[in-house]
Design a protein around this ligand. Structure first.
Ligand code: FMN
Ligand code: FE2
Ligand code: FE2
Length: 411
């Protein structure tokens, strides 16, 4: 954990978490930074916490000492979001000072009791409410429900124009010495952009409609700094992450970019024979291809690729009259997380009955992701040259459709 100054009177406590599965599920190959903010007026507030802190309260004391904040002087603990990655440290914070006031939303109140048995000293805030810390520092609150849980709020420091939106505008990726956009090289900014898509597609995707609403709400504020609960702080160009998030939210409905995610699985290499011709055909049409094999590649990587992809190509054999199981898993996850309206082409091998295609059709009818399918290519055993040529031809057709859809976006 280390402490840095965001701007006069606002400090950021940050800790990297590595080699974990985020939400017990998502690999974070490049880690994730957890941020908390201390806001000083005459009174002091701490906005959100950082789970995974070792040795709280000792480590926290050491960091607070560096910025001359007496832990006993923290009057308010502002809980923007009850998910334990931000609220889970409240128990430890109680060891520092048991009688702080919690500032949170109405919907967080029952959760505060459910997680921490806390029912007293809660100040409920919602849209338009403010908290005056003195010394000209007035915090304003805005409800941003379902970014990422129903109770989520954002905290805005009206003095400095700093928005602390918790999960909104967050990104994965541990942070090093440079942790503000004004300290990063263009290459590092690109790295965090990739990590923001990973974060968005894995964690936020399903909440794209409320996220778009939250972005509209935020755009009415005179924002100078965006200080999220995960990842880097945007001090030089806060609109960069706002515009990126507007784009990411738009990917839910598609069309997205001129990109295709090719997901394939194969037991004995029969279906696999169609993969290279498919990729070559897509690339010959100028499409950017992300290739993933299941079950080898992680869901996190596949979702990251698929979020910006207008098309999906699925190479999958029949397995026990159904879809190849890891393909079923990933496709259900894509449909459940509302990766909507993708253009999809599937090919694959079978031996006696087939069944993968029927299973896929049934899944799509059940989950209704609005995917539009080209005619599939199914072959018995190994594919013939003619079938390989058809796979390539379908992929070219898919590429043309994608380019047309992307070109007509917003028209
Ligand atoms: C465990 C297992 C279950 C299978 N179930 C079916 C099936 O229900 N219907 C069918 O037509 N073929 C079935 N097959 C045959 C495969 O679909 C066939 O071997 C195909 O060529 C495999 O393609 P791949 O090498 O790309 O995995 C099964 C094969 C295995 C190993
Ligand atoms: Fe969250
Ligand atoms: Fe979070």
């Amino acid at each position: 954990m280390n402490v840095t100054t965001v701007i006069d009177g606002i400090y950021r406590l940050s800790a990297n978490m590595e080699e974990i599965l985020f939400e017990g599920l998502w690999p974070v190959p490049n880690g994730v930074a957890m941020n908390s903010y201390i806001v000083k007026g005459e009174k002091t507030a701490i906005v959100d916490g950082v789970c995974g802190w070792d040795g709280v309260p000792e480590t926290l004391f050491a960091q607070l000492e560096k910025i001359n904040v007496d832990p006993e002087s923290i009057d308010y603990v502002i809980v923007n979001h009850m998910e334990p990655d931000h609220s889970g440290w409240i128990e430890d914070f109680r060891k520092i000072r048991p009688d702080f006031t919690i500032v949170t939303s109405k919907k967080a109140v029952p959760l505060m009791e459910a997680y921490f048995d806390i029912t007293d000293d809660i100040m409920v805030v919602g849209d338009g409410d403010t908290l005056d810390l003195g010394d000209g520092r007035v915090l304003a609150f805005a409800e941003i429900p379902n970014v990422h849980w129903p109770e989520t709020i954002a905290t805005f420091d009206t003095k400095s124009g700093t928005l602390m939106p918790c999960d909104a505008f967050g990104s994965f990726g541990s942070i090093g010495e440079a942790m503000y956009d004004d300290e990063l090289t263009p290459e590092q900014i690109d790295f965090y952009e990739q990590e923001a898509i990973r974060y968005y597609s894995n964690i936020v995707a399903a909440f794209s409609v409320p996220t778009a609403k939250a972005i509209s709400k935020a755009s009415t504020l005179p924002i100078k700094i965006i200080a999220p609960g995960h990842g880097i702080v945007w001090r030089k160009d806060p609109m960069k992450i706002v515009n990126d998030y507007i784009r990411y939210a738009s990917y839910q409905k598609g069309p997205c970019e001129n990109e295709v995610t090719v997901i394939w699985g194969s037991m004995y290499g029969m279906t696999e024979q169609g993969v290279r011709p498919a990729i070559d055909a897509l690339e010959s049409e100028g499409i950017i291809v992300h290739e993933h094999r299941v079950p080898e590649d992680s869901w996190g990587d596949i979702l990251t690729s698929a979020w910006s992809s207008t098309g999906l190509v699925l190479g999958m054999p029949t397995y026990e009259y159904k879809m190849f199981p890891p393909m079923l898993n990933i496709l259900e996850e894509l449909a459940r997380k509302r990766f909507l309206n993708r253009k999809v082409f599937r090919f694959g091998s079978y031996s006696w009955s087939g069944g993968a295609q029927k299973d896929l059709d049934e899944m799509v009818a059940r989950l209704k992701p609005g995917w539009e399918f080209l005619e599939p290519v199914e072959f018995k055993g190994k594919p013939s040259q003619e079938e390989l040529d058809t796979i390539a031809a379908r992929c070219k057709e898919l590429a043309v459709q994608i380019k047309e859809a992307v070109a007509s976006k917003g028209k």
